[in-house]
Ligand binder design. Structure first.
Ligand code: ATP
Ligand code: FE2
Length: 332
């Protein structure tokens, strides 16, 4: 730890590694800023993500990514944080092995963190949001979360695949390059009509698999821009409905958007309108903090390190199904 000239409390410096899926990313943060970050992205030659290939990518790049990050800002590191889950098993194991080795070689503690909570905490750090309902939408994940009584509770989530994977799956089936989300967003702007597609909200949960298949069917009869537009309108309305109901239920006054699908301007517009109607604040972090990034893992590691969390090596096994509500939150 080093001292902070503006504050009597010592500053902590944490090294974090993310690698749950495509992105391998390492970063060093302190309370104020990201001191260094290095990313290497796995891009499959064709189709979607192959877990073992992604893990091989991470294994062959991790040495360089860690060394470069240390070179850019690696002084006085207090702990090494890593994504313990959820994510793809082979990728998680590669990153955890590197994190254990680094913590041993630097002789500092290890802090295993939950990837979903890291998305929320980096959003709270990088925006004015203090106690939001978070809509976390990425390739593999789609969840509505909020803090209550010592846990981040999942108020609603996908019953099958994440919204990003649903968009990518549809895009692939109509011959669009991967990742499909941004291409679908562009094409949707040229639409002339809305086509009815299945809207599936069950209780507080949603489902996207049927929507993706129905969109493929619809494309046999309708123009691609119309189907892209209708896919977005239907899927995003489902997400906004559940987010709004979580806001009504919890009484929270803020909504935070997280995850790679949060780059979508139409989704932002729809959430923004809902928040405006309810007279609550809507926060969107800078794009580099929305998709998977090492800084978010390092920052949650910092909060947890300061609150006394330490992960002993025998407890550092990864959990591909690690749920955010399993974590007892002592840093808030
Ligand atoms: P996680 O491990 O959290 O599931 P991920 O590996 O899916 O993350 P992210 O960067 O969070 O990575 O999200 C990638 C997803 O975001 C892809 O499915 C991609 O199609 C989608 N996406 C990116 N930009 C847009 C956009 N403008 N509109 C819709 N979807 C988008
Ligand atoms: Fe993520």
């Amino acid at each position: 730890m080093r001292s902070n000239p503006f504050c009597v409390l010592p500053m902590s410096i944490i090294f974090g590694i993310e690698g749950t899926a495509w992105n391998l990313s390492a970063a060093i943060v302190d309370e104020n800023d990201v001191l260094a970050e290095t990313t290497a992205t796995y891009r499959p030659a064709s189709g979607g993500i192959h877990p073992r290939e992604a893990a091989q990518h991470h294994a062959s790049h991790i040495g360089k990514v860690v060394r470069e990050t240390i070179k850019k800002g690696g002084r006085n590191i207090d702990a090494v944080a890593f994504s313990q889950g959820p994510g793809l098993g082979p990728c998680l194991r590669t990153v955890a092995t590197a994190a254990r080795a680094l913590s041993l070689s630097l002789n500092v503690p290890l802090v295993g963190v939950n990837h979903c909570i890291a998305h929320i905490e980096v959003g709270r750090w990088k925006t004015q949001a203090s106690d939001p309902v978070t809509l976390y939408v990425s390739g593999a994940n789609s969840q509505v979360l909020a803090y209550r009584a010592g846990h981040y509770r999942v108020f609603g989530e996908t019953l099958d695949i994440g919204i990003g994977n649903a968009l990518d799956k549809f895009a692939r089936s109509v011959g669009l390059p991967h990742p499909g989300g941004p291409r679908i967003e562009e094409l949707a702007k040229e639409a002339l009509q809305y086509i009815h597609l299945p809207y599936t909200v069950k209780g507080m949960d949603f489902s996207f698999s049927g929507l993706s298949t129905a969109a493929q069917e619809a494309h046999k009869k309708h123009a691609l821009p119309d189907v892209c537009h209708s896919f977005q309108e239907t899927a995003f309305a489902m997400l906004v409905e559940v987010t709004e109901r979580a806001v009504a239920h919890t009484g929270k006054k803020e909504v935070l958007l997280a995850g790679g699908v949060g780059a979508n301007m139409r989704l932002r517009q729809m959430l923004g309108m809902m928040c405006e109607d309810r007279g609550i604040e809507f926060y969107v972090p800078e794009k580099r903090f929305m998709g998977d990034n090492g800084a978010m893992i390092a920052y949650l590691g910092l909060l947890m390190f300061k609150a006394g969390y330490r992960t002993q090596v025998p407890d550092s096994r990864v959990d591909p199904d690690f749920r955010p509500d399993e974590v007892v939150v002592k840093w808030r």
